[in-house]
Design a protein. Sequence first.
Length: 157
Amino acid sequence: MAVIGKKKERSTPGISTASLPDIIFMLLFFFMVSTSLKEVTYKVVIRLPEASEAKKIERKSLVSYIYIGPPVPALRSKYGTKPVIQLNDQIATLADIPQYVEEERAARPQAEVPLMIFSLKIDKNTDMGIVSDVKEELRKVQALKINYEAVKPYEKK
């Protein structure tokens, strides 16, 4: 006859943590690769105007930005309250625009240069005088593809 005894209580094995560091580093690497960092520190105040119609740019890698607006409060003692031009991370003058265009063209492959777009991010309260001066400087260096940044208007539902 068979002896029937009490069943021993089985415990579940512990979760192995040997692969935990590998998983952590894979996640860290994924977020480092997929995250884009802020490219420019704004030195001008930009409140974009609303547009009735807007078109999205397909290849953002071909876009170079020119910012126009009043300086941020920390720089108003140096530059005043009138609108200024920002190229990359520096406040610039109209005379700096041709050099900026050439530097942007030199940083791109030759095949992409004709496709480049210069996007103007302009504060909505900025006078058109400085904007037309910037456009004139861009025209002088044959940078003829110009985009105006805007936001879509808020639609009530």
